[in-house]
Design a protein around this ligand. Structure first.
Ligand code: FES
Ligand SMILES: [Fe+2]
Length: 456
């Protein structure tokens, strides 16, 4: 039996700002131990570090290029706490700019989205073009500015890095990140599977949904990869499905734990992971219609995987749940150590047949979001978990052990082999395996980012 490390030495537990992040993660693979300390979910100082060193320092998802089909289309988001505007300029180039006036710092564009050739700051009237270029400084001639002012640059400031992976837009406020493709690594295969279903690209179905839960954002990171909770947390959803009449396009029952279909996980480094199920709820009719809509040059292998069900997490803020019956995209926005805002979208191929689109939307509404049958279950679980973390005297939780027995190198996994995944941790098992090791990578990346420029 392995002795726990010494949580009582945690500076964070003592209520000081002198946090040693290493004290919050007990990661000893050789001894098959992996635990996260409760302070990681409850300490505001940890949250502050996460904002600075993760959400404001690494690649984060900002949106889809298809949100900006026309010149001068824009949308606004935040990277961590910092406001940005993502805008297509008159030449068709998409730019990501700090949404802060170069005069006295006010948010230049307060709208969530729209189309504007120019953005006028409402405070003193400075004007910026859709590419962020400063076009007008109010009363500049009479402004008694110093001589150098006219020669200085007053454009909106671009973010340090901006990348577009097949229409998925990512930005980083720090230049100290690898190229986007390197950052995504082998997780790109699972983004490609989603994109390969959409010859004309993917779009958000109109109706963006935002909601909050009173709990730490990392619970959402874990839960989207957690098959272990499905049967117990979502029992009422499963019971309801059992009472429904079969329908050609609606999803049927989830495979039972006794089903022969396999499921598993891959983790890719840098916190990204996927939890996949070999069998989805989609009917044969729906699978055939979906298959007919894939890109023409899709391989048999990719088509097979596109027909599986997959939950993809791109650390730290993007999750895509592809149930085949529908695809949901979630963006995480941590607001406080115990409050998280979620933005969710129904993701769909551009130009999809109307009957398939209607079935997709019904399935999306059915399961997801505060009005769905399952998201409220999860949100209550998050909030009760957050409340439970306050029981500090209970010590470390049993944590993230399920599935931890090492099964071998990636080469020993036939699915890793067929996908050519060389840098992936994995698990593979029956429907009854709700693996928790697929969370480990996110916490290792969390620790790496929180400590890479600091002693601990
Ligand atoms: S703060 Fe924008 S014009 Fe003054
Ligand atoms: Fe759930």
């Amino acid at each position: 039996m392995t002795a726990p490390c010494t949580p009582d030495s945690s500076a964070a537990m003592n209520g000081t700002t002198d946090i040693d992040i290493n004290d919050l993660l007990d990661d000893r693979p050789a001894e098959q131990v992996f635990r996260v300390h409760r302070d990681a979910y409850t300490d505001p100082h940890v949250f502050e570090r996460e904002q600075q060193d993760i959400f404001e320092s690494t690649w984060v998802f900002v949106g889809l290029a298809n949100q900006l089909p026309r010149p001068h289309d824009f949308f606004t988001v935040t990277l961590g706490r910092q406001p940005v505007i993502v805008s297509r300029n008159g030449d068709g180039e998409i730019r990501c700019l700090l949404n802060s006036c170069r005069h006295r710092g006010m948010v230049v564009c307060p709208q969530r989205s729209g189309n504007r050739k120019t953005h006028t700051c409402r405070y003193h009237g400075w004007v910026y073009g859709s590419g962020g270029e400063n076009m007008f400084v109010t009363d500049q001639a009479e402004g008694r500015y110093p001589a150098w002012f006219a020669k200085d640059n007053h454009d909106l400031v671009p973010v340090a890095r901006f990348g577009n992976y097949r229409g998925f837009l990512f930005a980083s406020l720090s230049p100290d990140v690898p190229p986007l493709e390197t950052h995504l690594g082998d997780a790109r295969f699972f983004l490609d599977l989603i994109l390969d279903q959409a010859p004309q690209g993917l779009e958000y179905v109109p109706g963006d949904i935002r909601y909050t839960f009173n709990a730490n954002w990392k619970l959402q990171i874990e839960n989207s990869l957690d098959m272990y909770h499905f049967a117990s947390t979502h029992a009422s959803y499963v019971e309801l499905l059992a009472r429904r009449k079969p329908d050609a396009f609606a999803g049927g029952m989830p495979p039972s734990p006794a089903d022969a279909a396999e499921q598993g996980t891959f983790s890719f480094g840098r916190g990204h992971a996927v939890m996949w199920r070999g069998k989805s709820r989609a009917s044969p009719e729906l699978l055939a219609r979906r298959r007919a809509g894939y890109v023409a040059d899709i391989s048999e292998l990719r088509a097979k995987w596109a027909g599986s069900a997959r939950n993809v997490t791109i650390f730290p803020n993007l999750q895509i749940v592809d149930n085949v019956t529908s695809v949901m995209l979630r963006v995480l926005h941590p607001l406080a150590v115990d409050k998280t805002e979620m933005h969710t979208h129904c993701l769909a191929p551009v130009g999809e047949d109307a009957d398939l689109r209607a079935a997709r939307i019904r399935d999306y509404e059915d399961f997801f979001n505060p009005s769905g049958l399952a998201t409220p279950d999860d949100n209550v679980i998050y909030e009760h978990s957050q409340a439970g973390f306050k029981a500090m005297a209970a010590g470390w939780t049993a944590g993230h052990l399920r599935g931890i027995n090492p099964e071998g190198a990636p080469a020993a996994n036939k699915y890793a082999q067929e996908l050519g995944l060389t840098n992936a941790d994995w698990s593979l098992g029956s429907r009854a395996l709700g693996d928790e090791t697929c969370f480990h990578d996110a916490y290792r990346e969390w620790r790496r980012l929180l400590t890479q420029h600091r002693p601990g």
